[in-house]
Design a protein around this ligand. Structure first.
Ligand code: DOR
Length: 433
């Protein structure tokens, strides 16, 4: 199958230019404004922008074991619609992915079900160091330094030292400090509302854990990625550890803060918790200053029924894969960021951080994971239109300008103008040497 995408404004590694892109099979074959090659399909893309497919390095797709919340079929339909062509998924499924055997099982499960490309982290426990040392076919190791959904937790210093010292895969962490959370719980006493969530998991919890983890990374000279930074206070700590540390932010920590609990209640209950307006501003500024590498979603769906339980029985997490790109393109339309910055944070940098080969940029010979975006298209996020199995979004009712209109995965179209082609297209993302 050959597809010729003509006359789009294409975000290339070193320039953004009006040109044409020829896709042959799985690959980008030619980038040339004068390309005249025969193609099975010619896409006239005048007025649209072509970007690399988004690589979302932090999602929870709940399969196996928690498929009443989400599954690969629904989640990857949502990805196709949202312009995400590769996802890297977290190990807190049931059973947890903490051995090579479980990893192979999840890879096999995904192979028959995903519209987009996939990869799976291996989770750390206090006792699975041998598995972590020898793991293959994975982007890296996930450590829950603070507990979240599920039972994965490693906050014992000796176990952490061994993981950083004895493994070679990149490590990422959920950084919220367990003992700070414990003492906050005692100080709060009785919870009265979901707003207590941001007191329980406060600024100190995030800061203490990020300091501890980046210190481990520096001492052991180990590549470490701080997941979902939620406070402005963590940024100087990360900045001081830049030789070994990369980091990311999620849209909900950029755009929601404690004032949103009144309107949205537990729909914005997340770990790490949402923080203050000053943190939104600090994180947005850090992005602009190049201090944050990646934007990922931490897509963590729960059913509305579960979310509506009174706090603290309500679970933490919200769905985001189908709206994350539009949320950031909306910032382009508002003039806050450029399209090139969004491509760096959502496509190029996550592929680089996790050694995802041949993805994240539009270059001849690279995989044809591509998204045509219409920077002028305005649409409102609506619960009833969500593809995620949980069928709600904390952005319900929000009007956004800038949307994916066509998505290709390995050269084959999975989404066009509101219509998802549900055939499996995804391949295992291959990881660096
Ligand atoms: O709020 C969260 N929910 N944060 C996480 O890190 C995990 C996630 C989940 O799996 O539900």
């Amino acid at each position: 199958m050959r597809t010729l995408i003509k006359n789009a404004v294409v975000v290339l590694p070193d320039e953004t230019a009006r040109t044409s892109v020829l896709v042959d099979g799985n690959r980008i074959a030619m980038i040339d404004p004068a390309v005249t090659a025969q193609a099975d399909e010619v896409v006239e893309a005048e007025g649209l922008h072509l970007i690399p497919g988004v690589v979302d390095d932090q999602v929870h797709f709940r399969e196996p074991g928690l498929t009443h919340k989400e599954d690969f079929a629904h989640a990857t339909r949502a990805c196709a619609k949202g312009g995400i062509t590769t996802f890297l998924e977290m190990p807190n499924t049931k059973p947890e992915v903490i051995t090579q055997e479980r990893l192979e099982e999840k890879l096999a499960l995904a192979a028959g079900k995903c519209l987009v490309n996939y990869g799976f982290y291996i989770g750390a426990t206090t006792t699975n160091i041998d598995e972590l040392r020898t793991a293959t076919r994975t982007p890296g190791i996930k450590i829950f330094i603070g507990s979240s959904t599920g039972n994965l937790l490693v906050d014992d210093q000796e176990a952490l030292e061994r993981i950083f010292a004895e493994t070679t895969l990149p490590i990422c962490s959920h950084c919220e400090d367990e003992s700070t959370i414990r003492s906050n719980r005692e100080a709060i006493g009785k919870f009265t509302s979901v707003a207590d969530h941001s007191r329980l998991r406060d600024h100190a919890a995030a800061l203490v854990a990020t300091k501890r983890a980046t210190n481990l990374a520096m001492r052991h000279k180990h590549h470490f990625h701080v997941l979902h930074v939620s406070t402005a206070a963590e940024l100087p700590v990360i900045e001081a550890a830049r030789d070994y540390v990369t980091c990311e932010v999620c849209p909900h920590h950029l755009f929601f803060n404690v004032n949103d609990y009144e309107r949205l209640g537990s729909l914005v209950q997340m770990n790490p918790s949402i923080k203050n307006p000053e943190d939104n501003a600090g994180l947005l500024q850090a992005l602009a200053e190049g201090k944050i590498d990646v934007i990922a979603t931490d897509h963590a769906p729960h059913t509305l029924e579960e979310k509506k339980k009174p706090y603290p029985q309500s679970p933490s997490g919200l769905p985001a894969v189908e709206n994350s790109l539009a949320l950031m393109l909306n910032e382009v339309s508002r003039g806050r960021f450029t399209l090139e910055q969004i491509v760096a944070w959502m496509c190029t940098n996550p592929a680089r951080v996790w050694n995802v080969r041949n993805k994240g940029v539009i270059r001849e010979g690279f995989d044809a994971d591509l998204v045509l975006v219409d920077l002028n298209k305005t649409a409102t996020v609506l619960n009833e239109q969500q593809e995620t199995k949980c069928r709600w979004s904390p952005w319900h009712g929000t009007e956004l300008t800038g949307w994916a209109v066509r998505t290709w995965v390995m050269g084959r179209e999975v989404y066009r103008d509101g219509v998802i082609d549900g055939k499996v297209r995804g391949h295992e993302a291959l990881f660096g040497d």
